[in-house]
Design a protein around this ligand. Structure first.
Ligand code: TRP
Length: 441
């Protein structure tokens, strides 16, 4: 019955949204470490092209198709072995949108209101004096649920992501917990894996390399274009012969991401000795080209043969669905989407699915005083108040908790008690559902 017995290998899963052309920053931060991780023993990797996610931010069909091809070719050229990993396209796995709906029905709307991407749009609209939801699609709002389905469908243990995605993994955990609470232990609770050691790669202008700053160097730019782009990296105006600073030098940081320690030490020395910027750029160009050239050849061959990539992705989808189809059948049964001809389940003692929302309950005791308590979405007691002289006092205290969140707990400690066995984190999570608190970073 418990299908969550730890599958012996650790399952790693990550997705890449198919809206752009991979650049050196993607390679260093995501492609290279993921390919390396996929070669570790005892690890089962699921890597996929998140093309449903792409639809959320891109309305250009040709670009989505092109990006899907480029990203797939990049991963393969960088050494991803489709025999070793399950490499697939999100939209080839219909179980993902199917699970999305089941999760939608156990996710409280209040939690989605606080998702960073949605909140950022609302904040921007508010700042501009627009309707808070102006130009916000339901797709953007539901983004974390689709991502939860990606992760939970494959019982992933570890999800390597950038820092900006941590909140989504936490939401996926919450969805799994809620689902398991209602329907039994089916879903595995995933954990984010953050690559701490990888510094963000700077771009041409020294800011983080990112499509949104238009400062990227495409991973597989043709050789001459690579040379030209590297020539355009921002440097200071120190003349040849003058010592240069490695600190804050984008050129140096990019070099470091590709070079061995000895090579890095040598360039550091050359900086101190006053290497000309033109020569430093040539050194960087040669170092990157040395690493990229063999992959570039592969990449170009793959790009010239999209049918081959399509075939690989189809084969990947078959492997993915060998896991997804039976698991989805289990989940459908669990929630009551069942074949009617099979024996009807004994009168379900499953709890009714009420909408997940914490509540404050106010009441009066025999002692004549006014009390309240905070219950979580499952009516579990989280906080119990002391008696207040008037209902107004009790109401004001509730109001304060609702607006200030758990920050108010310290000041109210003589008025409130944490219910036995309750973690302060649970109270914090429940209170956040009443208040749009600031985005934590
Ligand atoms: N949202 C992720 C990003 O933009 C991509 C993604 C989609 C993903 N589904 C996922 C990452 C599941 C990890 C797991 O970076």
């Amino acid at each position: 019955m418990n299908s969550v017995t730890p599958a012996s290998p650790q399952r790693f899963l990550t997705g890449i949204t198919t809206t752009g052309t991979p650049h050196l920053g993607n390679f260093v931060g995501s492609i290279r470490p993921s390919v390396a991780a996929s070669r570790l023993p005892g690890v089962q990797s699921f890597y996929f092209l998140a093309d449903y996610h792409a639809l959320i931010k891109c309305g250009d069909p040709a670009r989505i198709q092109r990006s899907t091809l480029e990203i797939a070719a990049s991963w393969l050229a960088a050494g991803l072995d489709p025999e070793r990993v399950v490499f697939y396209r999100q939209s080839d796995v219909p179980e993902i949108p199917e699970l999305t709906w089941l999760l939608t029905c156990v996710t409280s709307k209040g939690v989605l209101n606080r998702a960073h991407a949605y909140k950022a749009s609302v904040d921007k609209n508010n700042a501009a004096g627009n309707d808070p939801d102006a130009d916000v699609t339901a797709g953007l709002f539901m983004y974390p649920v689709l991502m939860g389905a990606d992760i939970l469908l494959f019982k992933s243990h570890k999800v390597p992501v950038g820092r900006d995605q941590i909140q989504h993994i936490e939401m996926a955990r919450d969805m799994a917990q809620r689902f398991n609470h209602l329907y039994g232990e089916h879903l595995v609770l995933p954990e984010a894996v953050i690559e701490e050691s990888v510094a963000l790669l700077p771009g041409l202008d020294g800011r983080k390399m990112s499509k949104s700053y238009d400062n990227t160097i495409p991973l597989f730019a043709p050789r001459e274009q690579l040379r030209k782009l590297i020539g355009g990296i921002l440097t200071d105006s120190r003349a040849p012969g003058e010592a240069k600073d490695t600190e804050g030098s984008a050129l140096f940081q990019i070099y470091q991401a590709f070079a061995s320690e000895a090579e890095t030490a040598a360039l550091r020395q050359a900086y101190a000795d006053g290497i000309a910027w033109g020569d430093a750029k040539q050194t960087l160009f040669e170092r990157i080209d040395r690493e990229v050239a063999p992959m570039r050849e592969q990449y170009e061959a793959l790009m010239a043969n999209p049918a081959r990539i399509e075939e690989l992705l189809q084969a990947g989808a078959i492997k993915a669905r060998q896991v997804a189809t039976p698991f989805m059948a289990e989940l459908r049964r669990a929630v009551g989407l069942r074949n009617l001809a099979t024996s009807a389940a004994p009168a379900a003692k499953a709890k009714a699915v009420k909408m997940a929302a914490p509540t404050f309950k106010q009441y009066r005791e025999k002692d004549g005083q006014f009390y309240f308590k905070l219950l979580d979405a499952d009516a579990k007691l989280l906080l119990q108040s002391q008696g207040f002289e008037s209902p107004k006092e009790a109401a004001l205290t509730i109001k304060r908790l609702q607006t200030e969140g758990s920050a108010a707990l310290a000041a109210l400690h003589d008025k409130l008690a944490l219910a036995p066995g309750v973690d302060i984190g649970e109270v914090d999570a429940a209170l956040k559902l009443f208040t749009p608190t600031e985005t934590k970073t």
